[in-house]
Design a protein. Structure first.
Length: 267
């Protein structure tokens, strides 16, 4: 598949969405970063003459998400010069702009129903042939895409970036049973050649590869410690954590929510 990616829409401006947006901007891509509409007006803003129709107020969540991420150490952006490549907006007012994007990447909260609801909106506005992907840490890609249009389903894939995306090279590519092989090949190749990632093809199983191995090892270590095992088994499982850590180099940044979620899947 031949495809030129000029502009990427990133949906969700939390830790992952904002830092993925920065990673793309670092590489010279234009990015549209969207998040929820802000529907709260502080007394301070009210006194300044703002109201809930003011654009800056409507985009407050997305701006706060990006600003907070930019304060991170290490900083997700190479140079402030790349920041103008990122434009911001909200799901209510600006979803129409995704029709001008070549890849729509979702990074909202790890909740299958919320992701499905958002993708139903995306399905209304995206142009046919656009790539769509989810940064989910472990939700089934097949479940997320269920109910979407045919063109959406064949262009949809899991693209699991690790935190922080500027530094961690692993990128899991997770097709569903609907994803076109061309799309998978493209993402596998593009991740390596244009996004400076080590792409790895995963099955659509809970936790995919890295989280599945890493969480197993981590939970095993906790269980062995709880059972006061004083033999070599704790070393064994922490070594697997170390293995995941060096292969994927990521556990220090892993969020509690994802850890809980994948843990729940494994029981
Ligand atoms: N944090 C990590 O280390 C990490 C690593 C890899 C993958 N992920 C995955 O990336 C995704 C985002 O994780 P994160 O850590 O950036 O989360 P986060 O909590 O930092 O951000 C979540 C985003 O979801 C938005 N959101 C909240 N409720 C919403 C709703 N009802 N509708 C639409 N959007 C809503 C928030 O405004 C926010 O922008 C998740 O799927 C997570 O599993 C996280």
């Amino acid at each position: 598949m031949k495809k030129t990616i000029n502009k990427i829409a990133v949906l969700g401006s939390g830790i992952m969405g904002s830092s993925i947006a920065c990673h793309f901007a670092n590489l010279g891509f234009k990015v549209l970063l969207l998040d929820r509409l802000n529907d709260k007006l502080s007394a301070n803003d009210h006194n300044k003459g703002y109201n809930l129709q003011t654009s800056a107020i409507r985009n407050q969540l997305v701006r706060d998400g990006l600003d907070k991420t930019l304060l991170g150490k290490p900083c997700p952006i190479f140079s402030a010069k790349s920041l103008p490549l990122i434009s911001i907006g909200n799901f209510e007012d600006d979803m129409i702009q995704i029709s001008g994007c070549d890849w729509i990447l979702e990074a909202i909260i790890e909740d299958v129903n919320l992701k499905r609801k958002l993708f139903a909106e995306v399905d209304k506005f995206r142009k046919k042939g656009t790539l769509i992907s989810s940064n989910t840490s472990g939700i089934s890609i097949g479940k997320i895409v269920d109910g979407r249009s045919e063109d959406f389903k064949v262009h949809f894939c899991g693209t699991h970036f690790f935190n922080p995306p500027r530094y961690l090279t692993l990128l899991e590519i997770i097709p569903s049973t609907f994803t076109k092989p061309d799309v998978v090949d493209f993402l596998m190749r593009y991740g390596e050649t244009h996004l400076s990632k080590d792409t790895i093809l995963c099955k659509d199983t809970p936790g995919f590869i890295a989280n599945r191995i890493g969480i197993f090892a981590m939970v095993s270590a906790f269980q062995l410690a709880e059972n006061r095992c004083a033999d070599g088994r704790i070393n064994w499982s922490t070594k697997i954590c170390d293995f995941s850590n060096s292969r994927c180099n990521r556990f220090g940044y892993f969020r509690e929510s994802s850890r809980w979620f994948v843990g729940k899947f494994k029981r």
